[in-house]
Design a protein around this ligand. Structure first.
Ligand code: FES
Length: 571
């Protein structure tokens, strides 16, 4: 244990007028003076909000964290930051991820805290909080909220991925509105985030694989009493981390990022993982490129049988041994010697883990699929890269040539997709432009656009779809996402026209429009200039500073960090 100087003492340890003010105004909450004397002050960064239903139980969870902090001799201070509820927030939660990260960064630096517990749940709350904390870099531990219990409908298990299936079934007349209402009532049975391996679960696994949580954090259901136990233990641990001065930058090494990429592949994690991990790496100063993802994950087999790629739910993953059981199985391919939040190595953390249900977690020699992970495509549509999840794609479309049916923006898509006269068949390639970071703005999850009604009625369930947007981690299909540069930034995607032949070759990692360079140059020359411009507010800041998807869609001025030192004081 190191005898370190607590940064909180720059406030509470002061004499004279300043110390008087810092301490006296805390006492109005009924806090005795001894609480400020030499105790690690731990911030609990809470994304609780009734408008973020997935994080609706976080005030209770914070109580458990506080118990742990007090027990270990620390002093807890809970503070709110902007919360992002994926289901309610418009136009898209991703628009505000960077804003939340700024809120988190400035809240931590500006206040007398020695360590932080990040309470994360719904999709963007995890990357936003980790990004912000990385730019300050004090001892930090993550506590996830946990997934909700598996949904039930007419005697079977359902989860968020079924929302797309049900709504397509209603559009094609297979399912009635009454049945849809019944499914709606059975979908969300408890507190917690989406129960499939969507983005929230992928983010919970990401922080555990990075070493930012206690082992088992990712899979414990929100409704399980163990969720409160791990919150309390995390409260105890953060106090020790402050005493050991174990900072985020000590844990988040290049090796930790490589582990996270491999684990995300083994669990069939979300495509959104790519964009968020790149942004986190940018904040902590680890070199990570979009081209790293493919080679690191290409040979990783699929070890978790979870929706949307498989059959089961997060609850089942927990009962089957949780993420430590997955990581133990693949430990030979992971960096086992790196330190994690509990002060132990990855190898030590997974040593006693066991696979308890091989239907849910596979042994390495009997994987659910030989290859998993995300694929990074390059070509004249996406010179800087595009992302595809092969596990969510159809085998017959892995190498495909088809005519483009182009939608200039999401409104154009909505207006024409169900038009009986739309020139489209099952071999067509649906192309959606202007849903990238700048174009929408905010890069919404519309990439897995619904198929034309007339094709659904024919029983078609998948087509190649290409866009500069994202897809919900709960979505599926042969969907090319995050095309970079995006159409609104002048990328070649903006030049694709209906009728162009598109060639997707997933085994060879390529995506091209079969149009000559001369023709593309001509189209670029004749392209009408987009005069629309956002003039004020946060959206102005966003569109002027957001980076492209292949860099993580962070703001250009937020890369790196400013540390924890407050250089000027007004008191
Ligand atoms: Fe919050 Fe899915 S809506 S995790």
């Amino acid at each position: 244990m190191t005898d370190i100087k607590l940064r909180s003492q720059n406030w509470f340890g002061k004499k004279g007028k300043d110390g008087f003010i810092y301490r006296a105004w805390m006492r109005n909450q009924g806090i005795p003076t001894f609480e400020f004397k030499g105790k690690p002050v731990i911030g609990i960064c809470n994304t609780w909000s009734e408008l973020t239903p997935c994080n609706g139980h976080f005030r209770e969870l914070a109580m458990s964290v506080k118990r742990g902090i007090l027990e270990a001799g620390g002093f807890p201070v809970e503070f709110p930051v902007m919360s992002l509820g994926e289901t309610l927030i418009k136009p898209t939660a991703m628009l505000y991820r960077n804003l939340v990260s700024m809120d988190v960064e400035e809240s931590i630096r500006a206040n007398p805290v020695d360590g932080v517990v990040l309470l994360c749940g719904c999709d963007k709350t995890t990357p936003a909080l980790v990004m912000g904390a990385c730019s300050v870099d004090i001892p930090t531990i993550v506590v996830s909220g946990g997934a909700m219990l598996t949904g039930k409908f007419q005697g079977r298990n359902i989860g968020t991925s079924d929302v797309w299936r049900f709504t397509d079934s209603v559009r094609s007349g297979i399912m009635s509105e009454e049945e849809l209402n019944l499914a709606e009532s059975g979908m969300c049975r408890s507190n917690g985030h989406c129960a499939v391996m969507g983005t929230a679960s992928s983010m919970a696994c990401m922080v555990e694989a990075l070493g930012l949580t206690l082992p088992e954090n990712a899979a414990i259901p929100a409704a399980d009493a163990s969720r409160k136990v791990i919150a309390q233990l995390s409260g105890i641990r953060i106090v020790e981390m402050v005493r050991e001065n174990l900072k985020l930058s000590d844990i988040l090494t290049r090796k930790a990022f490589e582990n996270a990429i491999k684990v995300n592949a083994a669990i069939g994690g979300s495509t959104n993982f790519v964009i968020h991990l790149l942004a986190i790496a940018g904040r902590i100063g680890v070199e990570l490129d979009i081209s790293d993802f493919d080679p690191l994950s290409a040979k990783v087999p699929l070890l978790a049988n979870l929706q949307p790629s498989g059959e089961y739910f997060m609850e089942d993953l927990y009962y089957a041994g949780g993420l430590p059981a997955v990581m133990k199985e693949m430990i030979g391919d992971l960096h086992g010697d790196i330190i994690t939040a509990n002060g132990r190595t990855v190898r030590e953390n997974v040593k006693t883990a066991k696979i308890l249900n091989e239907q849910v977690i596979a042994k390495l020699d009997k994987p659910f699929k030989k290859n998993s992970g995300v694929v990074i495509l390059k070509g004249n549509i996406c010179p800087e890269g595009a992302v595809l999840k092969p596990n969510a794609a159809s085998e017959r479309l892995m190498q495909h040539k088809g005519k483009a049916v182009v939608f200039e923006n999401i409104e154009d898509y909505k207006a024409r997709i169900d038009d009986e006269n739309l020139d489209v068949d099952e071999n067509s390639v649906l192309v959606l432009k202007n849903v990238g970071p700048k174009g929408y703005p905010g890069m919404p999850e519309v990439g897995n656009m619904g198929l034309p009604k007339k094709l659904l009625a024919k029983g078609i369930t998948d087509m190649v779809r290409i866009s500069d947007g994202r897809m919900s981690g709960t979505g599926f299909g042969t969907v090319v996402l995050h095309v970079s540069p995006e159409a609104a930034a002048g990328g070649n995607l903006s030049l694709v026209q209906s009728g162009d032949m598109i060639e997707l070759d997933i085994p060879n990692r390529s995506l091209n429009m079969l149009v000559s360079n001369e023709e593309l140059a001509l189209r670029r020359k004749n392209k009408a200039k987009d005069e629309s411009e956002i003039k004020r507010g946060y959206a102005y800041l966003y569109t002027h500073h957001v980076e492209q998807a292949h860099l993580g869609a962070d703001f250009d001025f937020l890369r790196g960090g400013s540390g924890s030192v407050v250089s000027r004081e007004s008191h």
